[in-house]
Design a protein around this ligand. Structure first.
Ligand SMILES: Cc1cc2nc3c(=O)[nH]c(=O)nc-3n(C[C@H](O)[C@H](O)[C@H](O)COP(=O)(O)O)c2cc1C
Length: 378
């Protein structure tokens, strides 16, 4: 059965999101085997969720140049494999922010996951638990961070969008800490929302109709208040230190200058990110920003990266160029939209399997073996 006929066999194709079954038990192992890579999942998710939901997921700023650049830039990097290395046993384990992780592939904070599947973030978190991946919950998750932790049993990290009212931000942090989160990712590339003129209209309609909500802001966000703070500066780091005991990671650093300031402000980590191309158009691809940021940080704390990672080789290249771990956004959401929890698990399995094979082919049995010697830029 080809991908499109598989999609036609799915009961919810073309249905409203409310009519979709929670899990697609009908999908047999043999059918799943047809989904060979992340791009197959993207295609199936489009067919399953419909174009409007896909445009929210795949959309970005202006003309999508940065969205495209993020992935395409990996094509300009070649791998220099070594030969005659014993690669029978590969370890993808890493240590990050005081925690041992099975692998360096982390689920990005992605808001409003119920747009992709009714089980939303709970399905993603259950998949992360089953497959041993770390997940970061968005401030604008549909289920609250507490609900997600409780339903999935996941040890979650939290992403913070501050409002301009620090009392509300404090309540949000308290909710994350009460849910057990030990690491806070402060998103710093969103003083205002990017120009996302290519987004569909479903999300707005679903919020308006009350079909979905922002679970973490329940009862604390005054009508009309935004979830960004255009007045936020580096002073925020000190405030966060005083108001929460989570580790503080800045998500959205893309320059040497800001990396230096981050070191001076003693943060616990950085994510090199341009929000998946959804904020400022004409950002450089994140993989092109990584070397200058990693060089400036010089081991002071972990540097993570997200944006455009679709293949095991992309992960390998990011690790080689100085990332301690990578975060993926759209890939796991394509899985969620296509098949719910099962699809997220499939996306994670695809990427980890590819990474392991690539590590074997490159002659690097552990993540720490992957250094800049293994890549070259054309
Ligand atoms: C649909 C969608 C929603 C997102 N929501 C958030 C969010 O709530 N908070 C945040 O910091 N980043 C958010 N991001 C950005 C991701 O965390 C991440 O930076 C980006 O998706 C990585 O690029 P990739 O999708 O190519 O992997 C979102 C991205 C997408 C695609």
């Amino acid at each position: 059965m080809g991908l499109s006929s598989l999609a036609l066999a799915l009961p919810y194709v073309g249905c409203d999101i409310k009519d979709r079954p929670v899990l697609l038990e009908e999908i047999q192992e043999a059918d799943l085997a047809l989904l060979k890579n992340i791009f197959d999942l993207e295609k199936l998710s489009g067919e399953a969720m419909g174009e409007d939901a896909l445009s929210y997921l795949n959309g970005g700023a202006d003309d999508l140049k940065t969205v495209r650049a993020n992935h395409e830039a990996y094509g300009n990097i070649q791998i220099r494999p070594r030969r005659l290395v014993d690669v029978r046993n590969i370890s993808t384990k890493i240590e990050l922010f005081g925690k041992e992780l099975d692998n360096p592939i982390i689920l990005c904070p992605v808001g409003f996951q119920k747009v992709f599947h009714p089980d939303g973030e709970i399905a993603s978190a259950k998949a992360a638990v089953n497959r041993n991946h770390q997940m970061i919950v968005s401030s604008v998750s549909n289920f609250s961070v507490n609900e997600i932790a409780k339903e999935s049993g996941a040890d979650l990290w939290f992403q913070l969008y501050p409002t301009s009212d620090r009392a509300i931000t404090k309540k949000l942090l308290d909710r994350a800490m009460a849910a057990g989160c030990k690491v806070c990712f402060l998103t710093v590339d969103t003083p205002v929302l990017g120009n996302r003129e290519n987004h569909g209209t479903n999300l707005a309609k679903m919020i308006e109709s009350g079909e979905i909500e922002m679970g973490n802001f329940r009862d604390i966000l005054p009508e009309g208040m935004g979830i960004n703070d255009p007045g936020m500066t580096w002073e925020m780091i000190g405030w966060l230190r005083e108001n929460c005991d989570m580790k503080i990671v800045l998500k959205g650093i893309v320059t040497r200058e800001d990396a230096r300031l981050a070191v001076q402000h003693n943060v616990d980590g950085i994510v090199v990110s341009n929000h998946g191309g959804r904020q400022l158009e004409s950002n450089r691809a994140t993989i092109d920003c990584l070397p200058e940021v990693a060089e400036e940080v010089n081991g002071a704390f972990p540097v993570l990266i997200d944006g455009g990672i679709r293949r095991g080789t992309d992960i390998f290249k990011a690790l080689a160029l100085g990332a301690s771990a990578v975060c993926i956004g759209r890939p796991f959401c394509w899985g969620l939209g296509a098949l719910g929890q099962q699809g997220v698990e499939l996306a994670l399995e695809i990427l980890k399997t590819e990474l392991i094979r690539d590590m074997q082919l490159a002659g690097t049995p552990s993540v720490s073996d992957i250094t800049s010697n293994y890549v070259l830029r054309s």
